[in-house]
Design a protein around this ligand. Structure first.
Ligand SMILES: [Zn+2]
Length: 136
C-alpha cells in the first residue's frame, strides 16, 4: 500500500513538473515576439549618414560667425562637428542662433561624391571648395 502511495505521489510530481515546463515555454514564446522596427530619423545609425552641412538663416539678423560657418560640409564623425553644433554660444544675432545642421544620408543623390571629396580634404570643406571640385 505504501508503495502504491509513493508511486501516486511520484506520478503527480512528474505531472506537475511537466505542466510547469510547458507553461514556461508558452510564456517564453509570447515574450519572444519580434518587436516592430520603427523608422526613426533621429536614430538613424551614423554609418548611414553620408555627410553633414551647416546652414545659417542668411538674413539681415544673421551674425558674422554664423555666416562664416554657413555651407561648411563635414563628415559625420568629424571632431569639429561637436564644436560648431548650433545653436552656438558666440552667436550675436538679436533673434538668437537659427543655424541648423543638415544630415544627408547615403541614399541621397550625389552624397557619395561629396563624402569622398570630404575624405580627400580631411573631413571638412566649405561650400566653395565643394562647388569648385564638383565643377571640374
Ligand atoms: Zn547661428
Amino acid at each position: 500500500m505504501t508503495r502504491f502511495l509513493v508511486f501516486i505521489i511520484f506520478v503527480f510530481v512528474v505531472y506537475y513538473l511537466i505542466r510547469n515546463s510547458l507553461k514556461g515555454r508558452t510564456t517564453k514564446k509570447i515574450s519572444q515576439q519580434p518587436k516592430q522596427k520603427k523608422e526613426d530619423v533621429v536614430n538613424t545609425p551614423l554609418k548611414e549618414i553620408s555627410y553633414v552641412f551647416y546652414t545659417a538663416a542668411k538674413d539681415g539678423d544673421t551674425c558674422d560667425i554664423c555666416m562664416a560657418l554657413d555651407g561648411k560640409h563635414l563628415l559625420p564623425d568629424h571632431k569639429m562637428l561637436l564644436d560648431i553644433k548650433p545653436p552656438h554660444a558666440g552667436c550675436k544675432s538679436s533673434k538668437g542662433c537659427r543655424c541648423r545642421l543638415v544630415y544627408v544620408t547615403q541614399d541621397e543623390e550625389g552624397s557619395r561624391e561629396i563624402e569622398s571629396l570630404l575624405k580627400r580634404f580631411g573631413g571638412m570643406c566649405d561650400r566653395q571648395t565643394i562647388e569648385r571640385a564638383r565643377a571640374i
